[in-house]
Design a protein around this ligand. Structure first.
Ligand SMILES: Cc1cc2nc3c(=O)[nH]c(=O)nc-3n(C[C@H](O)[C@H](O)[C@H](O)COP(=O)(O)O)c2cc1C
Length: 235
Protein backbone atom coordinates (compact mmCIF):
# COMPACT_ATOMS: atom_id res chain seq x y z
CA UNK A 1 0.00 0.00 0.00
CA UNK A 2 1.30 3.45 -0.91
CA UNK A 3 1.12 5.61 2.21
CA UNK A 4 2.42 9.04 1.27
CA UNK A 5 -0.21 10.98 3.20
CA UNK A 6 -1.97 11.95 -0.06
CA UNK A 7 -5.61 11.16 -0.68
CA UNK A 8 -6.28 8.73 -3.52
CA UNK A 9 -9.31 8.81 -5.82
CA UNK A 10 -11.61 6.05 -6.99
CA UNK A 11 -10.48 4.64 -10.31
CA UNK A 12 -13.95 4.39 -11.83
CA UNK A 13 -13.16 0.92 -13.21
CA UNK A 14 -16.53 -0.49 -12.18
CA UNK A 15 -15.42 -2.63 -9.25
CA UNK A 16 -17.27 -2.31 -5.97
CA UNK A 17 -15.63 0.27 -3.77
CA UNK A 18 -14.49 -0.26 -0.21
CA UNK A 19 -13.31 2.78 1.74
CA UNK A 20 -11.12 2.13 4.79
CA UNK A 21 -11.10 4.94 7.37
CA UNK A 22 -8.27 4.28 9.81
CA UNK A 23 -8.36 6.61 12.79
CA UNK A 24 -5.40 5.83 15.01
CA UNK A 25 -2.67 8.44 14.72
CA UNK A 26 -0.11 5.60 14.90
CA UNK A 27 0.98 4.36 11.49
CA UNK A 28 2.06 1.07 13.07
CA UNK A 29 -1.00 1.05 15.30
CA UNK A 30 -2.92 -2.07 16.23
CA UNK A 31 -6.23 -0.92 14.81
CA UNK A 32 -4.37 0.08 11.68
CA UNK A 33 -2.98 -3.48 11.41
CA UNK A 34 -6.57 -4.70 11.45
CA UNK A 35 -7.63 -2.01 8.97
CA UNK A 36 -4.91 -3.12 6.58
CA UNK A 37 -5.91 -6.76 7.01
CA UNK A 38 -9.55 -5.95 6.27
CA UNK A 39 -8.50 -3.94 3.23
CA UNK A 40 -6.32 -6.80 1.98
CA UNK A 41 -9.30 -9.15 2.30
CA UNK A 42 -11.51 -6.79 0.31
CA UNK A 43 -8.83 -6.40 -2.37
CA UNK A 44 -8.33 -10.17 -2.58
CA UNK A 45 -12.06 -10.50 -3.15
CA UNK A 46 -11.70 -8.26 -6.20
CA UNK A 47 -13.00 -5.00 -4.79
CA UNK A 48 -11.41 -1.61 -5.24
CA UNK A 49 -10.02 -0.32 -1.96
CA UNK A 50 -9.02 3.14 -0.81
CA UNK A 51 -7.26 3.69 2.49
CA UNK A 52 -7.37 6.94 4.47
CA UNK A 53 -5.21 7.63 7.54
CA UNK A 54 -7.64 10.14 9.06
CA UNK A 55 -5.09 11.83 11.34
CA UNK A 56 -3.32 13.18 8.26
CA UNK A 57 -6.44 14.91 7.05
CA UNK A 58 -8.86 15.84 9.84
CA UNK A 59 -7.63 18.91 11.64
CA UNK A 60 -10.64 20.09 13.59
CA UNK A 61 -13.95 19.36 15.23
CA UNK A 62 -17.40 20.24 14.03
CA UNK A 63 -17.83 23.95 14.75
CA UNK A 64 -20.76 26.26 15.15
CA UNK A 65 -22.03 26.14 11.58
CA UNK A 66 -23.34 29.69 11.85
CA UNK A 67 -19.75 30.82 12.21
CA UNK A 68 -17.98 28.25 10.03
CA UNK A 69 -20.25 28.17 6.99
CA UNK A 70 -19.31 30.54 4.20
CA UNK A 71 -21.94 32.63 2.40
CA UNK A 72 -22.29 29.94 -0.30
CA UNK A 73 -22.98 27.27 2.30
CA UNK A 74 -19.56 25.60 2.33
CA UNK A 75 -17.66 24.52 5.42
CA UNK A 76 -14.68 26.81 5.99
CA UNK A 77 -12.63 24.39 8.11
CA UNK A 78 -9.52 24.12 5.99
CA UNK A 79 -8.73 20.42 5.76
CA UNK A 80 -9.56 17.39 3.62
CA UNK A 81 -12.80 16.35 5.29
CA UNK A 82 -14.74 17.73 2.34
CA UNK A 83 -12.83 15.61 -0.16
CA UNK A 84 -12.95 12.47 1.98
CA UNK A 85 -16.69 12.77 2.51
CA UNK A 86 -17.86 14.06 -0.87
CA UNK A 87 -15.42 12.28 -3.20
CA UNK A 88 -14.60 9.07 -1.34
CA UNK A 89 -17.26 8.28 1.28
CA UNK A 90 -20.35 9.20 -0.75
CA UNK A 91 -19.11 7.11 -3.69
CA UNK A 92 -18.14 4.05 -1.65
CA UNK A 93 -20.24 0.89 -1.64
CA UNK A 94 -18.81 -0.17 1.71
CA UNK A 95 -16.95 1.51 4.55
CA UNK A 96 -14.57 -0.14 7.02
CA UNK A 97 -14.10 1.97 10.14
CA UNK A 98 -10.98 1.28 12.19
CA UNK A 99 -10.32 2.74 15.62
CA UNK A 100 -8.45 2.14 18.83
CA UNK A 101 -10.74 1.98 21.85
CA UNK A 102 -10.06 5.21 23.72
CA UNK A 103 -11.86 5.76 26.99
CA UNK A 104 -14.35 3.05 26.06
CA UNK A 105 -15.31 4.79 22.86
CA UNK A 106 -13.95 5.45 19.38
CA UNK A 107 -11.06 7.83 18.69
CA UNK A 108 -11.68 11.56 18.53
CA UNK A 109 -10.42 11.52 14.95
CA UNK A 110 -13.15 9.16 13.82
CA UNK A 111 -15.79 10.92 15.91
CA UNK A 112 -14.79 14.25 14.35
CA UNK A 113 -15.06 12.74 10.86
CA UNK A 114 -18.55 11.44 11.63
CA UNK A 115 -19.67 14.64 13.35
CA UNK A 116 -18.60 16.72 10.40
CA UNK A 117 -20.68 14.70 7.94
CA UNK A 118 -23.47 16.78 9.44
CA UNK A 119 -22.24 19.81 7.46
CA UNK A 120 -23.26 18.08 4.23
CA UNK A 121 -26.42 16.42 5.52
CA UNK A 122 -27.87 19.67 6.78
CA UNK A 123 -30.36 21.77 4.84
CA UNK A 124 -27.91 24.67 4.90
CA UNK A 125 -25.63 22.87 2.44
CA UNK A 126 -26.60 23.42 -1.22
CA UNK A 127 -25.88 19.81 -2.22
CA UNK A 128 -27.82 18.22 0.63
CA UNK A 129 -30.33 16.31 -1.50
CA UNK A 130 -27.61 14.61 -3.50
CA UNK A 131 -25.60 13.87 -0.35
CA UNK A 132 -28.61 12.30 1.38
CA UNK A 133 -29.31 10.15 -1.67
CA UNK A 134 -25.72 8.96 -1.95
CA UNK A 135 -24.95 8.45 1.71
CA UNK A 136 -27.49 5.63 2.09
CA UNK A 137 -27.29 1.94 1.24
CA UNK A 138 -23.67 1.17 2.17
CA UNK A 139 -22.23 -1.88 3.89
CA UNK A 140 -20.23 -1.26 7.02
CA UNK A 141 -17.65 -3.21 9.03
CA UNK A 142 -15.80 -2.08 12.14
CA UNK A 143 -12.35 -3.14 13.38
CA UNK A 144 -11.11 -2.07 16.79
CA UNK A 145 -8.08 -2.62 18.98
CA UNK A 146 -8.01 -2.41 22.75
CA UNK A 147 -5.84 -3.17 25.73
CA UNK A 148 -8.68 -4.72 27.69
CA UNK A 149 -10.55 -7.78 26.57
CA UNK A 150 -13.76 -7.45 28.57
CA UNK A 151 -17.00 -7.52 26.62
CA UNK A 152 -18.75 -4.44 28.11
CA UNK A 153 -15.96 -2.17 26.86
CA UNK A 154 -17.07 -2.90 23.30
CA UNK A 155 -20.80 -2.70 23.75
CA UNK A 156 -20.95 1.08 23.67
CA UNK A 157 -19.14 1.17 20.35
CA UNK A 158 -21.23 -1.67 18.91
CA UNK A 159 -24.34 0.22 19.94
CA UNK A 160 -23.04 3.48 18.47
CA UNK A 161 -22.37 1.91 15.08
CA UNK A 162 -25.67 0.04 15.24
CA UNK A 163 -27.53 3.31 15.62
CA UNK A 164 -25.37 5.18 13.12
CA UNK A 165 -26.04 2.49 10.53
CA UNK A 166 -29.74 2.36 11.28
CA UNK A 167 -29.95 6.13 10.83
CA UNK A 168 -27.95 6.19 7.59
CA UNK A 169 -29.57 3.03 6.19
CA UNK A 170 -26.25 1.18 6.23
CA UNK A 171 -25.95 -2.57 6.78
CA UNK A 172 -23.59 -3.25 9.70
CA UNK A 173 -22.18 -6.66 8.81
CA UNK A 174 -19.59 -7.26 11.51
CA UNK A 175 -17.08 -6.08 14.05
CA UNK A 176 -13.66 -7.46 15.00
CA UNK A 177 -11.83 -6.48 18.17
CA UNK A 178 -8.15 -7.34 18.58
CA UNK A 179 -6.26 -7.11 21.85
CA UNK A 180 -2.94 -5.31 21.95
CA UNK A 181 -1.30 -2.23 23.36
CA UNK A 182 2.17 -1.60 21.96
CA UNK A 183 2.41 -1.08 18.21
CA UNK A 184 1.52 -4.15 16.10
CA UNK A 185 1.07 -6.24 19.26
CA UNK A 186 -2.42 -7.12 18.08
CA UNK A 187 -0.77 -9.50 15.62
CA UNK A 188 0.20 -11.66 18.62
CA UNK A 189 -3.40 -11.97 19.84
CA UNK A 190 -3.92 -15.75 19.83
CA UNK A 191 -7.47 -15.33 18.50
CA UNK A 192 -5.88 -13.93 15.32
CA UNK A 193 -8.06 -10.85 14.82
CA UNK A 194 -6.08 -9.96 11.68
CA UNK A 195 -7.35 -13.13 10.00
CA UNK A 196 -10.88 -12.33 11.17
CA UNK A 197 -10.57 -8.77 9.83
CA UNK A 198 -9.29 -10.10 6.52
CA UNK A 199 -12.28 -12.41 6.23
CA UNK A 200 -14.65 -9.61 7.19
CA UNK A 201 -13.21 -7.41 4.46
CA UNK A 202 -13.38 -10.24 1.92
CA UNK A 203 -17.02 -11.00 2.68
CA UNK A 204 -18.28 -7.50 3.26
CA UNK A 205 -20.80 -7.73 0.40
CA UNK A 206 -21.82 -11.33 1.10
CA UNK A 207 -22.55 -11.18 4.82
CA UNK A 208 -26.19 -11.06 5.84
CA UNK A 209 -26.44 -9.93 9.45
CA UNK A 210 -30.11 -10.70 10.00
CA UNK A 211 -32.28 -8.29 11.96
CA UNK A 212 -35.77 -9.74 11.95
CA UNK A 213 -39.11 -8.36 12.97
CA UNK A 214 -42.04 -10.55 13.92
CA UNK A 215 -43.54 -9.87 10.51
CA UNK A 216 -40.37 -10.81 8.61
CA UNK A 217 -41.01 -13.70 6.24
CA UNK A 218 -38.44 -16.43 6.74
CA UNK A 219 -37.92 -20.14 6.71
CA UNK A 220 -37.52 -22.03 9.98
CA UNK A 221 -34.21 -23.57 9.04
CA UNK A 222 -31.38 -21.13 8.63
CA UNK A 223 -28.93 -23.34 6.79
CA UNK A 224 -31.04 -24.54 3.88
CA UNK A 225 -29.47 -26.51 1.06
CA UNK A 226 -27.80 -24.36 -1.56
CA UNK A 227 -25.63 -21.39 -0.78
CA UNK A 228 -26.59 -19.85 2.55
CA UNK A 229 -25.57 -16.25 3.16
CA UNK A 230 -22.58 -15.65 5.41
CA UNK A 231 -23.77 -14.70 8.89
CA UNK A 232 -22.79 -11.45 10.59
CA UNK A 233 -19.30 -11.54 12.07
CA UNK A 234 -18.92 -10.31 15.64
CA UNK A 235 -15.78 -10.98 17.67
C1 LIG B 1 -6.12 7.83 25.21
C2 LIG B 1 -6.18 6.35 25.32
C3 LIG B 1 -7.29 5.78 25.88
C4 LIG B 1 -7.40 4.39 25.94
N1 LIG B 1 -8.53 3.85 26.46
C5 LIG B 1 -8.68 2.50 26.44
C6 LIG B 1 -9.90 1.91 26.90
O1 LIG B 1 -10.82 2.58 27.30
N2 LIG B 1 -9.99 0.56 26.86
C7 LIG B 1 -8.97 -0.23 26.40
O2 LIG B 1 -9.13 -1.45 26.36
N3 LIG B 1 -7.82 0.30 25.94
C8 LIG B 1 -7.66 1.64 25.95
N4 LIG B 1 -6.50 2.21 25.46
C9 LIG B 1 -5.48 1.32 24.86
C10 LIG B 1 -5.64 1.23 23.36
O3 LIG B 1 -6.96 0.92 23.00
C11 LIG B 1 -4.73 0.16 22.77
O4 LIG B 1 -3.40 0.43 23.05
C12 LIG B 1 -4.95 0.03 21.27
O5 LIG B 1 -4.39 -1.17 20.80
C13 LIG B 1 -4.32 1.19 20.52
O6 LIG B 1 -4.63 1.09 19.16
P1 LIG B 1 -3.70 1.76 18.04
O7 LIG B 1 -2.36 1.07 18.19
O8 LIG B 1 -4.38 1.45 16.77
O9 LIG B 1 -3.62 3.20 18.35
C14 LIG B 1 -6.35 3.57 25.44
C15 LIG B 1 -5.22 4.18 24.90
C16 LIG B 1 -5.13 5.55 24.83
C17 LIG B 1 -3.91 6.19 24.22
Amino acid sequence: MVDDGKLPDWSGDGRRRVLVLSSTPRREGNSRCLAEAAMAGAAEAGHETVFVHLSDHISGFLGDCKQCRTADGECSIDDAHRKIFLDLYLHADAVIYASPIWWYGISGQLKAFLDRMFCYLSDAWPGVEDAIAKVQGKRVAVVLSAEESNLPARLGIASQFGELCRYLDHALVGMVVGIGNTRTEVLKDPLDPAAAARELGAQIFEIEATDYQLKTERTKRIWEAGAPPYPGRWR
